[in-house]
Design a binder for this molecule. Structure first.
Ligand code: PEP
Length: 249
C-alpha cells in the first residue's frame, strides 16, 4: 500500500516571518495520516530545516542545478541542499520548463543529479492546453517520462516520486476531473511497470493543478492518485492540512 503524500510548493512567496508562521502551524499537527513535504524558496531552506527538525514534515527544493560545483553563478547543488537538511527536490515543474527553458534533457540531467546527491526527485510532467486539445496528452507525458528513464534507468524511479500536473490546471482554479487525472496516472504507472512491475506498483504518483480542500477527496479516491502537489492552497495552513486530512487512509 502506498502511503499518501501531500507536497506544498510555495513557489516565490513568503518572508522569514510568514515561512516561520506557516511551518509552526503545519508542524503543530503531527497526526494527519499522510506524509507531508513543503518546498520553501532556497533562501529560507536553512531556517525551515531548523523549524521542522522535531516534526515529520520534510523539505523539498523547488529546483536544483545539475552540475555538482564550480562556476555556475546563482545556482544551488544537490549537495548544498542535502547539507542544510533538504531531502527532496521538485524537478521539471512546468514553470521551470516554460519560463526558464528546461528541456526534457535538462530535466533528466537534474533528476540524475538529485539521485546522485542523495535527494528524492519529484519529477513533474504534464501537457499544455494546446497539447491536450490536439489529443497529445499521452504522447507528451510518455515522452517526458521516457526521457528520464533513459538517463536514470528504472532503478532511478524506485527512489523517485512523479507528479502529474496538467499545465492548464496549474494556478488557474481549473482542476482536471478525478477521471481525467486517473487516466494519466494509470498511463504513467503502466509505463513504469513495463520496465519493472515492482517500481510501477511502489512509486507514488501525485496529482497537481488547483487542488483545494473541496476537490481533494474525489481525486484521492482514485486508485492511482497517491496524493497531491499543491501550489496556491499550500500557502494557507488550514487549507494545506485539510488537503492532508482528505488524503489520509
Ligand atoms: C503547482 O505549483 O505545482 C500547482 C499545482 O499549483 P496550484 O495548486 O496553485 O495549481
Amino acid at each position: 500500500m502506498r502511503k499518501p503524500l501531500i507536497v506544498g510548493n510555495w513557489k516565490m512567496n513568503g518572508s522569514r516571518e510568514s515561512v516561520r508562521a506557516l511551518l509552526l502551524a503545519i508542524t503543530a499537527n503531527e497526526d494527519v495520516g499522510c506524509d507531508r513535504i513543503v518546498c520553501p524558496p532556497f533562501v529560507f531552506m536553512d531556517m525551515a530545516a531548523g523549524l521542522v527538525q522535531q516534526s515529520v514534515v520534510e523539505l523539498s527544493a523547488q529546483n536544483l542545478e545539475s552540475n555538482k560545483a564550480g562556476a555556475f553563478t546563482g545556482e544551488i547543488s544537490a549537495a548544498m541542499l542535502a547539507d542544510v537538511g533538504c531531502s527532496h527536490t521538485l524537478i521539471g515543474h512546468s514553470e521551470r520548463r516554460e519560463l526558464f527553458g528546461e528541456t526534457d534533457e535538462i530535466v533528466a540531467a537534474k533528476c540524475m543529479a538529485a539521485l546522485d546527491g542523495g535527494l528524492v526527485p519529484i519529477l513533474c510532467v504534464g501537457e499544455t492546453l494546446t497539447e491536450r486539445e490536439a489529443g497529445e496528452t499521452e504522447s507528451v507525458v510518455l515522452r517526458q517520462v521516457n526521457e528520464v528513464i533513459k538517463i536514470v534507468g528504472i532503478e532511478g524511479f524506485s527512489r523517485s516520486i512523479v507528479a502529474y500536473e496538467p499545465v492548464w490546471a496549474i494556478g488557474t482554479g481549473k482542476s482536471a476531473t478525478a477521471e481525467e487525472a486517473e487516466a494519466v496516472h494509470m498511463l504513467i504507472r503502466k509505463r513504469l511497470a513495463e520496465e519493472s512491475e515492482r517500481v510501477g506498483e511502489k512509486i507514488r504518483i501525485l496529482y497537481g493543478g488547483s487542488v483545494k480542500p473541496e476537490n481533494a477527496k474525489a481525486l484521492f479516491a482514485m486508485e492511482d492518485i497517491d496524493g497531491a502537489l499543491v501550489g496556491g492552497a499550500s500557502l494557507d495552513a488550514d487549507s494545506f492540512l485539510a488537503i492532508c486530512e482528505a488524503a489520509a487512509r
